[in-house]
Design a protein around this ligand. Structure first.
Ligand code: C5P
Length: 274
């Protein structure tokens, strides 16, 4: 049996630069990953998917699940039979801006690559990933990177590994397509260059205003995060999960404790940048 972790991704920054004629948007985004996420296991057998874990309810285990789609695309690309008994242990909230589905698809591709002795940096894997979704290549790379294009063109970067992070989700699912559609179309400018943390501090998430209009709960999450002592508090991706970075684990724990007391129903994960 092969086990692959599917860490949550966060967008430390996300600048939307233009609408494209293919329905996507031209982006500059700083991808980072945290130390926690879902787990995908692969055992020999016919193609199947069983979903366990705290966020398994409400997630389709049918043929449209990204793990299945990854397995089928992998088999087609490498001319192999469609097979593999997958288990997805779902710890990340669904449709929440931290790339859960994309991370699962990337983990499934990694597991299949290992099972079939295919190099993890095989360019074909990245092509499959890009066809599955804009965030899947970044999740396959699994390290801090600048994403360009629709997010699939990647430049690996050295990030602030080990930095304490708090992730907070208010329990509302947000449609990525709807948030991009609600973007006001105004290009607010390029992402600066330089040290990842400095860039993150100086940059923005341009999807915050449209996401906040669609899911006003995000306002409350950002207000709760701003009450503590974060170096940075921002929404990730198209939301609704927001993250905050802290200088120390004590500051992160104090914020988590305060937020759990104020909003016991919110999902609140204390983790670190990977
Ligand atoms: O690539 P993915 O299937 O994850 O994207 C979901 C939706 O998000 C797309 O159909 C599109 O509406 C929107 N999107 C976008 N620009 C991007 C990435 C996603 O408009 N760069």
């Amino acid at each position: 049996m092969i086990t692959e972790t599917a860490p949550a991704k966060i967008n430390l920054a996300l600048h939307v630069r233009a609408r494209r004629s293919d329905g996507y948007h031209e982006l500059e985004t700083l991808f980072a990953f945290v130390a926690d996420g879902d787990t995908v296991t692969l055992a020999p057998g016919p193609l199947s998917l069983s979903i366990t874990g705290p966020f398994s309810a409400g997630l389709s285990g049918g043929g449209d699940n990204l793990v299945f789609r990854a397995a089928r695309a992998f088999a087609a690309a490498f001319d192999l039979p469609e097979e593999g008994a997958f288990t997805l242990d779902k710890h990340l909230p669904v449709a929440s801006g931290i790339g859960g589905g994309s991370a699962d698809a990337a983990a499934a591709l990694r597991a299949l690559a290992r099972a079939n002795a295919i190099a993890i940096d095989d360019p074909k894997l990245f092509d499959i990933a890009a066809a599955l979704g804009s965030d899947v290549p970044a999740c396959l790379l699994g390290r801090t990177a600048l994403g360009q294009g629709r997010g699939e063109r990647l430049v690996p970067l050295d990030g602030p590994t080990g930095m304490p992070v708090l992730l907070v989700n208010p329990g509302v699912a947000v449609s990525t397509a709807a948030v991009f559609k609600a973007w006001d179309g105004i290009d607010l400018g390029a992402m600066p260059e330089g040290d990842v943390l400095d860039v993150a501090l100086a940059a923005r998430n341009d999807l915050e205003p449209p996401a906040r209009r669609l899911a006003p709960e995000i306002d409350g999450v950002l207000a709760l995060l701003a009450e503590g002592t974060p170096l940075l508090a921002r929404m990730s991706g198209s939301g609704a999960t927001c993250f905050a970075l802290y200088a120390t684990t004590a500051e992160r724990s104090a914020a988590a404790e305060r937020i759990r007391a104020a909003q016991p129903g919110y999902w609140c994960l204390e983790t670190t940048l990977a």
